[in-house]
Design a protein around this ligand. Sequence first.
Ligand code: GRF
Length: 198
Amino acid sequence: MTGSLPRVAILISGTGSNMCSIIDTAQEQSWPLSCVLVLSDRPEAPGLHRATERGIATRTVHYRDYRGRRTDFDSKLLEVLQEMDVDWVVLAGFMRILGRGFVESFPNRILNIHPSLLPKYPGLDTFKRALEAGDTVAGCTVHLVNEAVDAGPVLGQAEVPVLHGDTEDTLRARVLEQEHILYPAMVKRAVCGDFEGR
Ligand code: GRF
């Protein structure tokens, strides 16, 4: 990476609001990194259009073409990222679990955001679980990705209160607002700073 800007790919499956917040903040603040690719595992992901609007190259590796062949899916992802000479992988609502081979190809260079205060509630339905447990605080976590699901070293967290009468949707919206602040800050720190996965 010496002499050139670190090259970042953002992987999405859906809306891509975190992807947009990262790209927009990086551009507004002229971060020393280059967002070279937005990659989706589904062609209908609305985030693909939002990336194109921002002038970022997009690719789709459709998960349906790789049913029951997870390793082949990972290999294709890897091939696309290597073609683009990607240094860092930012998972932003990417709904696939990446295998060992993929993770080892980017050691301490894959970030993820998860909508809970890990280690609480890894996996799905985090808001439902927080509400059912009667939690008074919820939030989001940015972490490095290793082979275990939602369990890599934590880089940062943001908390929000759980309010009386909250539904999954109201809580999700409150957490998402914090994700859009936390994730760009953590990407900047990891990719542009001296952070090496401690
Ligand atoms: C966010 O809630 C994030 O925490 C989770 O997936 C969602 C992605 O939302 N991993 P968006 O596509 O960034 O809008």
